[in-house]
Design a protein around this ligand. Sequence first.
Ligand code: PEP
Length: 256
Amino acid sequence: MTPNIRPLVAGNWKMNGLRDALGTINEIAQSSEDSALSKIDMLLCPPATLLYVATTLCEDVPLQIGGQDCHANKSGAHTGDISADMIADCLGTQIIVGHSERRTDHGETDSEIRAKAEAAIEAGLVAIVCIGETEEERKSGKTLDVLKTQLAGSVPDNATAANTVIAYEPVWAIGTGLVPSNGDVEEAHAFIRSEMASRFNAEGEKMRLLYGGSVKPSNAAELMAIANVDGALVGGASLKSEDFLAICKATAGNLG
Ligand code: PEP
């Protein structure tokens, strides 16, 4: 945790969730009013098919709803894509960009991810920019070089603490049950903080840095206690309301 930074716990549902999963969103929405969670921000990013209905379930509660990706353009001939304006129009507040599955499945480059983040910001939303090294890159000692390159390439020049969140997600930790050592998480987050602070000054000091990769109720409190970890990006465990809420409570509990 970083003193004076309000943590964010974000759930990424990926390509999971039919209409019956709206019940789970509703359960999380209702529980988000729990006073034990009042010191953190909570976000769910369901598939685009559920996004608008999900926002209607969250009208009067603190749970936010976001998108998992957007196109860099506002509109146009891009079959199958969704613009940041469309997500804003559905009352989404944040958009994940550059998730490693987008980088791998769709070959997204840092400059494309930067353009998507710019589109999210231009639409008045928060861009959650994902970065992270592969197993091979970690084993060959290139982790910090990879993070440096991804940050420089993917984070827009107009990033502020209010419009941008960085999610550090080691690719080899996503969906595998593997988690880096506390020391490795601390080192990566300290590095990201120093990169953001040297580029964006006070805004970089205040920017939220999330950890993602096999965050579970059982490890959340320990991970969230690490310096410069200002919340979590949660995949699999966000699909179950009790697990997601337990991670949120563990995060809130770290605030003392
Ligand atoms: C993710 O997809 O961003 C993620 C962190 O997944 P998981 O929590 O399942 O590892």
